[in-house]
Design a protein around this ligand. Structure first.
Ligand code: BTN
Length: 258
């Protein structure tokens, strides 16, 4: 298998960034890269530190779900120290960066599904989990956790094969994790520098959302709401127009396209 086992120099050699991915902590196996990244952030590691693993034993997703992490995929957590006003845009930044990196590495075209899934041909290829410690006016740290299905074969995972895909399944060949990661770090840094320069990335993210204008189900806790995904607000929340004309706003939830 291409870069079957990762290592630090495979990821950093020739990496054309100023800080994202320049300090790499690599683990063959760990619990969750987000946990290691949080410990690093609390110890004031350099901004852009990336924690990478080949496998996670307690990988987690949004809404307390498990994140399956077989060998051959990318699991990475990047530590940032953003300004408070940049925080709401970090999941958008990550989704766009993943989309651009996949395009650059494989030529595949992705779509984004609110709030932060990356899809190829309607199936999930990447999940993003942002965890942060913030107060009203300051942020101690933000961890962007990203899981990309790179070389897993979904035929081996029938329980998720109807809703998930991988880069190898889509291209029909193995994909280099190191190349994908390097492209991801480059794209993340470009977008982060744009945010820091005061530029908005909201319109770019919105343009790539497949959700807007579609009839959808939103699951929030135990409740499911149905309607048209009408718009996303400045903070990224989703506005749903229900059949009875009511409008609802969601800051989190799970969307199914009908
Ligand atoms: C989701 O779609 O629910 C988000 C999945 C996020 C998974 C990544 S893998 C790297 C990082 N470490 C974790 O435990 N989770 C995130």
């Amino acid at each position: 298998m291409l870069d079957d086992v990762m290592n630090k120099s495979l990821i950093t050699k020739g990496l054309n960034t100023r800080f994202i991915g320049q300090n790499v902590l690599y683990y063959p196996v760990t619990t969750s890269t987000n946990d290691i990244a949080r410990q690093q952030a609390l110890a004031k590691c350099p901004e852009g530190t990336a924690v990478i693993a080949d496998r996670q034993t307690s990988g987690r997703g949004r809404l307390k779900r498990e994140w399956v992490t077989p060998q051959g995929n990318i699991v990475v957590s990047v530590v940032l120290y953003p300004a408070r006003k940049e925080l709401p845009f970090l999941t958008m930044l990550a989704a766009l960066a993943v989309q651009y990196a996949i395009r650059k590495t494989t030529g595949l075209k992705c779509q984004l599904k609110w709030p932060n899934d990356v899809l190829i041909n309607g199936k999930k290829v990447c999940g993003i989990l942002l965890e942060s410690r913030a107060a009203a006016n300051s942020v101690d740290y933000a961890i962007i956790g990203i899981g990309i299905n790179v070389n897993m074969k979904l035929a081996d995972y029938p329980e998720i094969s109807a809703i998930a895909t991988s880069l190898a399944d889509e291209t029909g060949e193995e994909v280099s994790r190191a190349a994908t990661l390097q492209n991801l770090f480059v794209e993340m840094e470009k977008l982060y520098l744009r945010l820091q320069a005061g530029e908005s990335i909201l319109a770019e993210w919105r343009e790539n959302l497949v959700t807007l204008g579609k009839q959808i189900h939103v699951r929030a806790g135990d409740d499911v709401f149905e309607g048209i995904a009408e718009a996303v607000a400045e903070d990224g929340s989703l506005l749903l127009r229900c059949a009875d004309g009511r409008s609802m706003t969601f800051t989190a939830g799970d969307v199914t396209l009908k």
